[in-house]
Ligand binder design. Structure first.
Ligand SMILES: NC(=O)c1ccc[n+]([C@@H]2O[C@H](COP(=O)([O-])OP(=O)(O)OC[C@H]3O[C@@H](n4cnc5c(N)ncnc54)[C@H](O)[C@@H]3O)[C@@H](O)[C@H]2O)c1
Length: 438
């Protein structure tokens, strides 16, 4: 393919040289004439292992050159990658000056180009930026319409400086955000020789995934360091701890516990986070990330309470009472906290949870129910349909399989507040459907 790469910094130089190595014809563009000259002389404009050789070989083979002339580069290629910086302003907001300028330059060039051209946003941009900044800038200066005159995709970069060429060759996945198949195909074709799965999604989702990934990476570092600091105070080798911790790929390093939904609860997580926090306090250690976990969890319960209040209805049915399906354990169940808050505000509640009903009857958790939550025990219903019949708002609080089916039996005048994404599809739910964080 014929590709222009705007911005010859860490991302642009590595991408340009690697695409050329895969046989594409690449034109690098930068406003800095020194970087352009350096690339044309076969030298890397940045320090990165292996990049000098890659640029030298591909420049010599005639597949890689650079220019400061945006118009010439756009006219000579079918696709333009935007790899310019999106730095932080002092207040933390993104400085989009370079991004918008490049989009304008590409648009100005497209004004005099007849062929369809795809603009690929590879810089890291917040959700909405491509639609609100890039597309309008190209439309304004090209006089063309997005979707007919030119295409746009979002293709975030996941490389790490220092191992950038290796990371380019071996990415976890190639992410292509797009609105039209005709734009996704040429973007994906760029990566034909990179052996990673291609994941296609919407533009806004692709933008958000990049931030989700980087924030997660930052959180991992902060978490490991806080555990490390506590281990040191307790004279335990933190590397032994984290190495063994990482061997658990079922619960620790996996998609488990990474599904947005309701607060955690039960007899272990809140108690253990609290105890670890207390131990840190005893040894005079601050763990700001870990110390903020329980507060964040309480806020999620608050969001659920607010979602119920916002409906303006008073008759509330709760499907699920224990903190997860398949248990009758009500200790620190966030649904119990939700129910208590609503009861305190004068709402009428009816609650169904198969396991809690059985426990109440056979005595497994009877003592807890009778002693700790007698005020809620009397609100338990015998069947799901009792709850459906007697409520204007139905809150799904855990993932019991019967709740997914029950939603098909709701009425159009009812509101469903789903705290757990009990169903993937929303078809066949007659009630108005609201997810807690989707
Ligand atoms: N550095 C990384 O490891 C990395 C990894 C993944 C994603 N990203 C993201 O990729 C983007 C680029 O990061 P970077 O570190 O490569 O930036 P960088 O600052 O190293 O390079 C940006 C380049 O863009 C050039 N430029 C500015 N305006 C231009 C214009 N109008 N036309 C042509 N070139 C222009 C600059 O001269 C500079 O050479 C950022 O959004 C960043 O967040 C960076």
């Amino acid at each position: 393919m014929k590709v222009s790469v705007f911005g010859l910094g860490y991302v642009g130089s590595v991408s340009a040289a690697s695409f050329a190595a895969d046989g594409h014809h690449v034109v690098g563009v930068d406003v800095n004439p020194d970087k352009v000259a350096s690339l044309n002389e076969g030298r890397s404009p940045i320090v990165e292992k292996g990049l000098d050789e890659l640029i030298r070989d591909n420049a010599a083979a005639g597949r890689l050159r650079a220019t400061t002339d945006a118009r010439e580069a756009v006219h000579a290629t079918d696709l333009s990658l935007i790899c310019v910086g999106t730095p932080s302003r002092r207040n933390g907001s993104l400085d989009l000056t370079y991004l918008e300028r490049v989009a304008e330059e590409i648009g100005e060039a497209l004004a005099t180009k007849d062929d369809y051209h795809v603009v690929v946003v590879r810089s890291t941009v917040l959700p909405g930026t491509t639609h609100e900044v890039v597309i309008p800038a190209v439309e304004r200066t090209s006089g063309k319409k997005y979707g007919t005159g030119f295409g746009v995709t979002v293709n975030p970069e996941f490389l790490r400086e220092g191992t950038a060429i290796h990371d380019f060759r071996n990415p976890p996945l190639t992410l292509v955000g797009h609105n039209y198949r005709s734009d996704a195909e040429p973007t994906q074709a760029l990566y034909a020789k990179v052996g990673a799965p291609v994941v296609a999604t919407s533009i806004r989702t692709a933008e958000m995934i990049k931030y989700t990934s980087n924030t997660w990476h930052a959180l991992k570092v902060a978490f490991a360091n806080e555990i490390g600091n506590l281990c040191k105070r307790l004279e335990i080798d933190s590397h032994d701890v984290m190495e063994i911790f990482c061997r658990d790929q079922k619960l620790n390093l996996s998609s488990y516990y990474l599904k947005p939904g309701f607060a955690f609860g039960g007899s272990c997580l809140p108690k253990d986070v609290r105890a670890l926090q207390y131990r840190a306090k005893e040894v005079d250690l601050d763990m700001p990330v870990i110390q903020s976990i329980l507060g964040s969890n309480q806020l999620q319960i608050r969001h659920a309470i607010d979602a119920v209040i916002e409906t303006g209805r008073k008759r509330i049915g709760l499907l699920g009472f224990s903190f997860k399906a398949g248990t009758d354990d009500l200790r620190e169940s966030p649904i119990v906290i939700l129910a208590e808050a609503l009861l305190g505000k004068g709402y009428q509640l009816c609650i169904y949870d198969r396991n809690v009903s059985i426990a109440r009857l056979v005595g497994a958790n009877k003592e807890y129910i009778n002693k700790q939550i007698p005020h809620l025990s009397s609100l338990l219903c015998e069947t799901v349909d009792d709850v459906l019949e007697r409520s204007d708002v139905i809150v799904v609080g855990n993932n019991a399989p019967e709740f997914a089916d029950a939603l098909a039996r709701t009425r159009p005048d009812q509101i469903v507040i789903d705290l757990v994404r009990v169903r993937k599809d929303r078809g066949e739910i007659p009630a108005q459907y609201r997810g807690i964080c989707w």
